[in-house]
Design a binder for this molecule. Structure first.
Ligand code: SAH
Ligand code: SF4
Ligand code: F3S
Length: 473
């Protein structure tokens, strides 16, 4: 942890100074044109990236930007990118490439790229050479320096690339503009120390570092006071929260303290690593009414040989024991998971071990990924890479099995009345409301309620992705 930095208050204040300076520049511009400055931001990737975009949006908002959904109307365009699979990266290259004509037409538009993909030097070299219309590029470690970098782009008219390798930092006090009024993300830690052999995250997000419990509790308390109904605690491996701090405190302690706060709210968390999910955690979930009975617990593979090659540090048996304990201790618990098919050397027998684990646990939902080799990770150069057609075939068979199991799990709720948190009106059919059960299952039902309202819904019909119901009261 050589260069792990806690960003000082003085530095955050200095960055706030740049926010003010940009605000002045924009005010001058507005006085001339009569129009505010518009920003367009888009996120690729996980909830942690969504939360980072909310922080960038917070800074943009303080600079005086107004948000638009149309890139061509924007003075500032930003993509927050993900590096976890090749598909995610190709989408970014495609989208950025398509902005070249816009930049030609409106050369004053500032185009920025940030996030995990930009932390890789091979990517920034490519952007530097072939995507000359990109003005600003920064990695996750430079997020707090966004105001300074942006100011320099605006005033010096040069390109800025800020993605030097780093173990990471913790920056508190950056403004946040949340995208939802009902559900909020709270990052409790960043980075990862696990180095699963397929995964790029530790290489781009740096080492594991926990925010102080005091600051996390303060943020959660303030969100509950503001009326947020659902708070999701985020980290790549929340079960190792505080392992890097010199305190006698862990993730279960955090859950207990949050649970004791007054209010009508649910706490969720992701992601739990099975190697660190403890008996204490399971007993805590069971004992805390505010904590959701939904556990997202990625298993990645059902084969012990593959788990070892993945460096996951648990066996199939460890995983199944944990699930049995949770099922016993937490009435009504539901599980979701991540799984990878086509990891190097995976045989049909290994794949069948994955299929049988899925049947044994009975997940309510599963995120299935086709293995994607990532530059710089050990698995990318392992012998025995699996051909695309074999990966595709396994993916289809696994998805079909999970569709069947998800439909069965949802079917069990038909006829029951469940409490649903309204998340908004349905976009396709505005006569319907969208909501989520405590287990995070999607429910559509006729009605018109404000997001954040809790209603009781009788489930009438179940499908593999969710359910339809009608108001019960
Ligand atoms: N920290 C979380 C997951 C972060 S990445 C955890 O450990 O569970 C989200 C998911 O992407 C992973 O769980 C894994 O299933 C998938 N993933 C990561 N790297 C991948 C790769 N190279 N190819 C395919 N899927 C990958
Ligand atoms: Fe990646 Fe493994 Fe860390 Fe999750 S625990 S982010 S899969 S290295
Ligand atoms: Fe998230 Fe993708 Fe980065 S999954 S941590 S945005 S590589």
């Amino acid at each position: 942890m050589s260069d792990l930095k806690y960003i000082s208050e003085a530095e955050i204040l200095r960055q706030r100074g740049y926010i003010e300076s940009i605000r002045e520049l924009l005010t001058e511009k507005q006085a001339k044109t009569g129009l505010p400055a518009f920003a367009y931001t888009k996120t690729f990737g996980c909830q942690q990236n969504e939360n980072d975009t909310e922080r960038i949006n917070g800074m943009l908002s303080e600079m005086g930007f107004v948000f638009t959904d149309t890139p061509s109307a924007a003075d500032f365009i930003l993509f927050n990118t993900c590096a976890v699979r090749d598909h995610a990266e190709q989408k970014v290259y495609g989208t950025v490439g398509s902005l070249a004509p816009l930049k030609k037409e409106k050369p004053d538009t500032v185009i920025a790229l940030c996030g995990c993909m930009m932390q890789q030097s091979a990517v920034s070299d490519e952007i530097r050479k072939k995507y000359r219309h990109v003005d600003l590029l920064f990695g996750p470690h430079a997020l707090y320096r966004f105001p300074e970098n942006f100011y320099n782009v605006l005033t010096q008219k040069g390109r800025i690339f800020d993605n030097a390798p780093s173990d990471g930092n913790i920056a508190e006090g950056i403004p946040v503009l949340r995208s939802d009024k009902t559900r909020a993300w709270v990052s409790i830690m960043s980075g990862c120390n696990n180095f699963c052999t397929y995964c790029i995250v530790p290489h781009v997000r740096g080492r594991e570092r926990s925010r102080s419990p005091e600051l996390v509790l303060k943020e959660v308390q303030s969100l509950i006071k503001q009326g947020y109904k659902e708070i999701t605690l985020l980290g790549q491996n929340v079960n190792s929260y505080c392992n890097d701090l010199d305190v006698d405190y862990d993730f279960s302690d955090l859950l207990r303290e949050i649970d004791q706060m007054e209010g009508d709210f649910t706490v969720r968390f992701m992601t739990s690593h099975p190697k660190d999910a403890s008996e204490k955690l399971i007993r805590t979930i069971a004992a805390c009414p505010h904590v959701s009975r939904h556990i997202h617990l990625p298993f990645q593979s059902g084969s012990n040989r593959i788990l070892k090659l993945m460096n996951r540090k648990y066996t199939r048996e460890d995983y199944l024991n944990l699930i049995s304990l949770a099922k016993k201790e937490i009435p009504g618990v539901v599980f979701t998971s991540d799984v990878i098919v086509g990891f190097p050397t995976e045989t049909e027998e290994d794949f069948q071990d994955t299929m049988s684990l899925i049947r044994e646990v009975g997940f309510d939902g599963l995120f299935t990924f086709i293995y994607s080799p990532r530059n710089g990770t050990p698995a990318a150069t392992m012998d025995g890479q699996i051909p695309d057609d074999v990966k595709g075939d396994r993916y289809r068979r696994l998805s079909a099995l999970q569709s069947e199991l998800s439909a069965q799990a949802n079917q069990k709720l038909v006829g029951q009345v469940v409490t649903v948190l309204v998340t908004g009106q349905n976009e396709k059919d505005p006569s319907l409301c969208n909501g989520r059960t405590d287990e995070n299952k999607l429910v559509h039902f006729p009605g018109n309620f404000q997001a954040g309202t809790k209603v009781n819904v009788r489930i009438d019909r179940a499908l593999n992705w969710g359910m339809y119901g009608t108001l019960a009261d």
